[in-house]
Design a protein around this ligand. Structure first.
Ligand code: 5GP
Length: 173
């Protein structure tokens, strides 16, 4: 049976919103170099679009953390499977992530990166599910707040599929 995916946020709305976020970030960081830290794998599409839409030069690096198994429920634990290539001491850093759900992953990563003494640390997420929060965590830049639905597309997967969808969709079982 073919999987049906309902569009929650269309491509043009996503690109327009990321353009706005990029403009805001470019203005804020116009006088200082900034490092975008993408969390693999989900942030890749958002980070690429954000970086390309920014009007200032940026550096990029990646970390990988796994908090979800192969299904739709969080394991409640986070495992760092890839770390940054260099020190971020004294740098202006923006963590770029696909979605904040319970907040556990980003809470842990934020704490970890703050211990490395960056000059500043901010958090940009494409999607936010505020009703699912288990720990206190507020992103500095949010693309869209969405309801408590399991979404795919723009880097978000279900069993490693659908990351490449150019819209945010909900799988209809
Ligand atoms: P958190 O630690 O905030 O609960 O979860 C963060 C991670 O869970 C995200 O980076 C993402 O990989 C995964 N996640 C949370 N909600 C969703 C969702 O609706 N769809 C998908 N595909 N992944 C999600």
């Amino acid at each position: 049976m073919e999987t049906k995916i309902e569009v929650l946020i269309p491509e043009e709305d996503i690109r327009a919103r990321i353009k706005e976020m990029a403009a805001e970030l470019s203005e804020k960081y116009k006088d200082q170099p900034v490092l975008l830290v993408g969390i693999l794998n989900g942030s890749v599409f958002f980070l690429t679009e954000l970086a390309q839409q920014m009007s200032i030069p940026v550096e990029i690096d990646f970390m990988a953390a796994s908090s979800y198994g192969s299904g739709k429920e969080s394991s409640g634990r986070v495992l760092i499977t890839k770390d940054l290539a260099r020190s971020i001491e004294g740098d202006h850093v923006i963590i770029v992530e696909d979605i904040v759900d319970t907040g556990q992953t980003l809470h842990l990563l934020t704490e970890m990166l703050l211990e490395r003494n960056p000059a500043s640390l901010e958090l940009a997420v494409l999607l936010d599910k505020p009703t699912r929060r288990k720990v206190c965590l507020d992103a500095d830049y949010i693309g869209f707040q969405i309801p408590d639905e399991f979404v795919v597309g723009w880097g978000l997967d279900f069993n490693q599929k659908y990351r490449d969808l150019p819209y945010i969709g909900v799988i209809k079982d």
